[in-house]
Design a protein around this ligand. Structure first.
Ligand code: NAD
Ligand code: GLY
Length: 366
């Protein structure tokens, strides 16, 4: 298995990436958590049906007691009520400070189980075992955990780094292609913000990636994790550099919110539209050339990601920007591509320019 270390001093941890390696999980958890007395795997019923058996078998082979706890599938599980069911089970079953959680699933399971670990007994260990592309390249790395509030997404949470991130890319073989695509928007983002060579590799090897060729997909997951790890190492708590990961997300979040989170469009689809809209804004501000914007659009299109904005009223999209977590002193922060592999942070983007671009891309002008 390949290893990337997220170098965060005493909170440093390895990301291990392999293919058909699920049976190695137990040994690696044991090595990462030598004092652990007991584990609880948190997952959802769909993922449990597919992967609980090999995962539990590998973990139990270490001699540790391992419980399985299922939360309902879907974004609606990222709420305090579901978190309470996890706390409840941990208390009733007598989990201790030496116990640990294993988050087996996509970003939803990872975020809820991560926050449960961050809060139970003021913090117990968590191992992230991502099963979606989005979770492998983004949410399982970096320690952001959260639940949603009826008024805002991901608004209640904690930075809580895992002790190990274990990835078996063979898990992606059962992932619906729309989910794969949604995660791939974040992969494209990594190329756009940080690595022109990676972006070119994605352009050249796209067919092999979508055919789930093991070596090619392994490189995607590895390079994206290296990019995310390097950003998190420099700025764990998003006081500066980490914000570059928000490229495409300022407009993307506004579109996603109007679509009703997961009901209208998937996160990655909204990020794709947001990334292209932000690239076009950057072009109009003279930050990026037309050819680079065309390459971003072409790669999104070839990946089956949307490049048209849903026909939401443009004023509603622009108004939504005000409730973004990235607003400072009433100004919306945009992370705009300034070439492939580079970004510029701007908080002076005229509202009219944003509206104009969104209308060109399909938003409703009325
Ligand atoms: P998800 O967790 O809802 O998973 C998508 C779907 O795929 C679910 O139905 C799930 O049951 C299914 N699934 C998962 N693995 C599977 C597999 N191997 N085979 C078949 N089906 C499988 O969605 P997601 O896109 O992974 O995560 C989205 C969440 O991640 C959002 O809540 C978002 O806020 C969060 N997120 C967090 C961070 C972070 O840094 N913590 C970053 C980005 C996104
Ligand atoms: N997904 C953005 C971050 O982890 O910072």
């Amino acid at each position: 298995m390949e290893e990337i270390v997220v170098g965060l001093g005493e909170r440093k941890y390895p990301i291990r990436i392999g293919c058909e390696c699920a049976r190695e999980l137990g040994g690696q958890v044991r090595a990462a958590l030598p004092r652990c007395d007991r584990l609880m795997v948190v997952t959802n019923p769909d993922i449990a049906r597919l992967y609980a058996e090999p995962v539990l078998e590998s973990l139990r082979a270490t001699g540790l007691a391992v419980d399985l706890f299922e939360i309902p599938e879907g974004e609606s599980s990222k709420c305090i009520a579901v978190l309470e069911t996890i706390w409840d089970r941990l208390i009733r079953s007598g989990f201790t400070r030496q116990s640990a959680l294993v988050a087996l699933g996509g970003g939803v399971v990872g975020d809820v189980a991560g926050f449960a670990a961050a809060t139970y007994m003021r913090g117990i260990d968590v191992v992230q075992v991502p099963t979606t592309l989005l979770a492998m390249v983004d949410s399982s790395v970096g320690g952001k955990t959260a639940v949603n509030h009826p008024l805002a997404k991901n608004i209640v949470g904690a930075f809580w780094q895992p002790r190990l991130v274990f990835m078996d890319i063979a898990f992606l073989r059962t992932l619906p292609v729309e989910e794969f695509r949604s995660g791939f928007a974040e992969v494209i983002k990594h190329g756009v913000i940080r690595d022109a060579e990676y972006f070119r590799f994605l352009e050249e090897d796209l067919d092999r990636i979508f055919a789930l060729d093991g070596d090619t997909l392994g490189r995607v997951v590895r390079v994206s994790c290296e990019i995310k790890a390097s950003v998190v190492e420099e700025d764990e708590r998003e006081s500066g550099l980490r914000a570059i990961l928000n490229c495409g997300h300022t407009l993307g979040h506004a579109i996603e919110a109007l679509g009703g989170y997961g009901e209208g469009s998937r996160h990655g689809e909204a990020v794709a539209v947001g990334m292209l809209a932000e690239a076009r804004v950057a072009e109009r501000l003279g930050l990026i050339d037309a050819e680079s914007v065309a390459r971003i659009q072409h790669l999104l299109e070839r990946s089956g990601l949307p490049v048209r904005c849903p026909a939401f009223p443009v004023a509603e999209i622009v108004d939504r920007l005000k409730s973004d977590k990235k607003v400072r002193d009433g100004r919306v922060t945009f992370v705009l591509p300034s070439g492939i592999g580079w970004v510029a942070t701007r908080n002076d983007v005229p509202r009219d320019l944003i509206a104009e671009i969104l209308i060109e891309m399909g938003a409703n002008s009325s």
